[in-house]
Design a protein. Structure first.
Length: 210
């Protein structure tokens, strides 16, 4: 089973939902650059203050900021035995940089229709404290508006507004989708149909990691 894993896919494809469960099953850390950046924004760190505007607009945060946090995170002891990267790399320069400091075993591409992701994102709620992800129709919290794990008030991400979603889909098509060919050429890519229930998608991801 692969242990150095990259999840690629458009916004709302279900990468974060699957990464949380698959990383737990494999005993590797789930490294989400989006979650790390959102925590920095919430804490108003210098990194967060620089990243906030790009994120709210749906644009990519400049490579030098993201590479710095990724280097730091991959050097932590828990990432030595493997990791599941969710949201990195996002462009050719980031993929090249990752290749310089780590070997990658497998890249999973989540394939999904744009109209499905638009619906999923419009119904998403997230926990600002533990990053748990909910969906008003497919995965609602037990108590409306509260996180099941810690009771924190759930929020809608600023980049889930319709105009930011449009930008994010465009950015994915232009900057991230070319990485599918990049990893296919290196014989690392497996594609997974991301429609269907989270359990169905998880079963496909497990098969793709074997
Ligand atoms: P990031 O946080 O990485 O967002 P993203 O890639 O756009 O992906 P999402 O988190 O929106 O969606 P997801 O695929 O994880 O779906 P989820 O599981 O939540 O990045 C955000 C921003 O940070 C970027 O725009 C950029 O500004 C910046 N950034 C991050 N990394 C960067 C980098 N490397 N370089 C530069 N900038 C960077 O699911 C979505 C919804 O669907 C949820 O409600 C969920 O409950 C539901 N759902 C999930 N699976 C299913 C299913 N099978 N059936 C029904 N509903 C489902």
């Amino acid at each position: 089973m692969a242990h150095r894993i990259v999840f690629l896919g458009p916004p709302g494809a279900g990468k974060g939902t699957q990464a949380a469960r698959i990383a737990k099953e494999l005993g590797v850390p789930h490294l989400s650059t989006g979650d790390i950046l959102r925590a920095a924004v919430a804490a108003k760190t210098p990194l967060g203050l620089r990243a906030e505007g790009y994120m709210a607009a749906g644009a990519l945060v400049p490579d030098e900021l993201v590479l710095e946090i990724l280097h730091e995170r991959l050097e932590q002891p828990d990432a030595r035995g493997g990791y599941l990267l969710d949201g990195f790399p996002r462009n050719h320069a980031q993929a090249e940089e990752l290749g310089k400091f780590s070997h990658v075993d497998r890249v999973i591409s989540f394939e999904i229709a744009p109209e499905v992701v638009v619906r999923r994102l419009s119904e998403r709620l997230t926990c600002p404290k533990c990053h748990a992800v909910y969906n008003l129709s497919t995965n609602p919290p037990k108590v409306p508006g509260r996180c099941d794990h810690d009771g924190t008030e759930l929020v809608q991400r600023p980049d889930d507004r319709a105009e930011a979603v449009t930008t994010r889909l465009k950015v994915y098509a232009e900057q991230t989708a070319p990485l599918l060919e990049y990893y296919r050429k290196r014989h690392l890519l497996r594609t997974v149909d991301a429609h269907g229930s989270p359990d169905e998608v998880a079963a496909r991801v497990r098969r793709a990691l074997e």
